[in-house]
Design a protein around this ligand. Structure first.
Ligand code: ZN
Length: 380
């Protein structure tokens, strides 16, 4: 009796600790390639070491094999999914390489058992299988074959299989409450600037929104769908503070290279996760790498928002040069592009806000800026 009770408490405690608390993002753009890598940090060292090593190997291989033909830019995209059930934490990494001749897809799953503090492979999960790649969710178990750069998927009902681990779900999903956003009164006779941040949320988001709050200003954040769940508390706070969220695709694939169906999936999956997790529906969309074509325009019914002041904070590591680019030639109605995935961007923002305020501009979100433009058009 006593033993059973102690065991239950231990499971409960370890179960609570296994959450992702951070997503690592690597973004690189140059003449030869667009690279976007997102992977989770779980604070389970066995899992984190393996994931980091796997990601780093794919990244290195891609760089080694990318040929430099200027008009044929290649793309590497690494994304993840996270699933936690009972004492198991599962991370699935998917990598996608588009070298303009071929697309290569690869999938690999890492499964950790917190009761045994060990990583499990396919043999720990199911008896007979001719592949080592698998994953599962609430209802289905998947087996993958990575053949000829494509992923062949076989799907089974969990209840039909004789699995060696217990992945049955007893939890009831909570329904999130809708968050009310506040409205402000804006005088169209002023001078306005919209700050926008791409590629988040990240470990710097909280600092950024707290800084904005100190100045009682708001910004627009074009976020990635695959990071919403992990940073949902910070995102909820951001919405409460009056910031605007826009859609920046699910995992930052280079959209102009995708077919219609995949573009729609990138946009709609992000809309869904934001709506289901935060009770918020974005109305704005910013295409990845700022690349637009007719397909992308047609496949999203959200308002497309680009920018006209580029801080190039992803490229320049010097805080002052970011500040200079953001503040030098500002005009009424400008939209400033920054990224919330770099510490230097946050450091620059601390200097940027007071300089812009000093110049007499009022900070607004993109939707507020549109509202002002409408009012002005009406008054003319
Ligand atoms: Zn981006």
């Amino acid at each position: 009796m006593k033993k059973g009770l102690i065991l239950c408490i231990l499971i409960f405690i370890t179960g609570c600790n296994n959450k992702i608390n951070q997503v690592e993002t690597i973004m690189e753009q140059n003449l030869n390639s667009n690279i976007c890598i997102n992977y989770p940090i779980t604070n389970i060292s066995k899992l984190d070491i393996l994931i980091e090593k796997t990601v780093s190997n794919i990244h290195k291989d891609f760089k080694k094999n990318t040929s430099s033909t200027l008009n044929n830019k290649s793309e590497l995209n690494i994304d993840y999914s996270y699933y936690e059930i009972n004492n198991y934490t599962m991370i699935t990494l998917t990598s996608y390489i588009n070298d303009t001749i071929n697309t290569k897809n690869f999938i690999e799953t890492f499964l950790y058992d917190s009761n045994q503090n060990k990583l499990l492979d396919i043999n720990d999960v199911i008896d007979t299988s001719n592949t080592k790649y698998f994953s599962f969710d609430e209802n289905y178990f998947y087996l993958y074959n990575n053949i000829n750069n494509e992923i062949e998927t076989k799907k089974y009902e969990i209840s039909d299989l004789n699995l060696k681990i217990d992945i049955s779900n007893n939890e009831i999903k909570k329904i999130e409450n809708k968050t009310e956003t506040k409205t402000k009164i804006l005088d169209p006779n002023g001078k306005f600037i919209a700050l926008t941040f791409d590629d988040g949320p990240s470990i710097y988001t909280n600092k950024i929104i707290e800084l904005l709050k100190e100045y009682d200003i708001n910004a627009t954040f074009f976020i990635l769908g695959n990071k919403v769940e992990i940073y949902k508390d910070i995102l909820k706070k951001s919405i409460e503070y009056g910031n605007e969220l826009g859609n920046h695709s699910y995992n930052h694939k280079w959209l102009i290279k995708l077919d219609d169906e995949s573009i729609k999936e990138q946009v709609n999956k992000t809309q869904e996760v934001i709506k289901n997790t935060l009770g918020y529906t974005p109305t704005l969309f910013r295409p990845t790498y700022g690349s637009l074509n007719e397909k992308v325009k047609k496949d999203t019914n959200l308002k497309i928002v680009l920018w006209n002041v580029d801080t190039l904070d992803w490229k320049y590591k010097n805080v002052n040069s970011i500040v200079e680019r953001a503040t030098k030639k500002l005009k009424d109605g400008n939209i400033i592009l920054m990224h919330e995935t770099y510490k230097r961007s946050y450091e620059a923002l601390k200097k940027i806000i007071p300089i812009i305020k000093e110049k007499g501009f009022t900070f607004v979100t993109i939707s507020e800026l549109e509202e002002i433009n409408k009012l002005r058009a009406y008054e003319k």
